[in-house]
Design a protein around this ligand. Structure first.
Ligand code: UTP
Length: 306
């Protein structure tokens, strides 16, 4: 059995929830303060020791590759201008040992299809990670969720899906976990995943978070998967088929972190406000800016139109 080395990040979606902002700019490059969302995501993965990050992307999203590529012309220009310190921000030390690969999903045929596009790049692995980059996860502990998932997989060689407890009334927006009924086992094995059930039908109040450790067999199920009613190849459907054939092979791991769905307006805004509030100086400035009658400089007392 091999260590878990590779992570697939599907970024080929259309990002319609944030239109028009994401018409020409990939949502993954929208900033949380001064750093694009995708950098936080790759930082999160890098802490687990993953060595290869595979982006499944599409035409129109080349700027993601450009963001991680070196731009010597720009670096030279900055050097000439005496702005050497800015260049440091381009070389994230956490990415030093990570190899980046890019493949295209020709048509937006769904998340399951996007993952299967990377099949040839992970075929020799026992397990691989799937990371959905719209979920921004802020860990309040030393070891983040991914790292503890990878460590546990190394020990027991079982798949894992990160889950978060939510109020049942919100089940309609998420994949919901139906647990195996086994009170003796310390593991929370997944029986199946319900796709966006009504609260009255939802089997639990645990939702899927976009962090998965999947066994390589999932690729066989994805290759044979038929499009669902909305025309997409669904990852959830293939996971359910795999669990039917091989029960008790995927564990639900409960997140210990704060999670923002940056694919939605409120999540994206929340991530920015939360991150700003972690910085002492910004927090002070923000409180001044948004307090009633507040504002700084020439905007002091600015009335925000409603
Ligand atoms: P979403 O369902 O969030 O879709 O995809 P989206 O296109 O990103 O955003 P909205 O809903 O239109 O606003 C979940 C993940 O799957 C990827 C997306 O890039 C995202 O990371 N995806 C989705 C693909 O790579 N290809 C697809 O065909 C669909």
């Amino acid at each position: 059995m091999k260590n878990l080395n590779k992570a697939i990040i599907p970024v080929a979606g259309l990002g319609t929830r944030l239109f028009p902002a994401t018409k020409a700019i990939p949502k993954e490059l929208l900033p949380i303060l001064d750093k694009p969302l995708i950098e936080y995501i790759v930082e999160e993965i890098s802490l687990s020791g993953v060595k290869e990050v595979i982006f499944v992307t599409r035409s129109g999203k080349e700027s993601i590759k450009n963001h991680f590529a070196r731009d010597l012309k720009l670096e030279n220009n900055l050097k000439k201008l005496g702005k050497k310190n800015i260049i440091e921000a381009f070389h994230n030390p956490l990415f030093k040992n990570i190899k980046f690969k890019y493949i295209n999903q020709e048509k937006p045929l769904g998340l399951g299809h996007a993952i299967s596009c990377a099949q040839h790049l992970v075929k020799d692995e026992d397990f691989f990670l799937v990371i959905l980059p719209d979920e921004y996860i802020v860990s309040e502990r030393k070891e983040n969720d991914i790292t503890s998932m990878v460590k546990s997989n190394l020990k027991d060689k079982l798949g894992r899906i990160l889950v978060e407890k939510i109020p049942k009334k919100r089940s309609k927006n998420y994949g919901i976990i139906d647990f195996c009924k086994d009170k003796k086992s310390p593991n929370k094995f997944i029986n199946l995943i319900q796709e966006k059930p009504n609260p009255s039908e939802s089997k639990s109040n645990y939702r899927v978070v976009g962090r998965y450790i999947l066994p390589i067999e999932i690729m066989n199920f994805l290759s044979n998967e038929r499009p669902s009613a909305n025309g997409e190849i669904e990852l959830t459907s293939s996971i359910n088929k795999l669990l039917l054939k091989s029960p008790r092979t995927i564990i639900a791991q409960t997140s210990e972190s704060k999670i923002f769905d940056c694919g939605s307006k409120e999540g994206f805004l929340g991530a920015n406000i939360f991150t700003a509030m972690q910085d002492k100086i910004l927090k002070k400035q923000m409180n001044k800016l948004i307090s009633p009658g507040g504002g700084i400089g020439r905007h002091k007392g600015l009335k925000i139109p409603r």
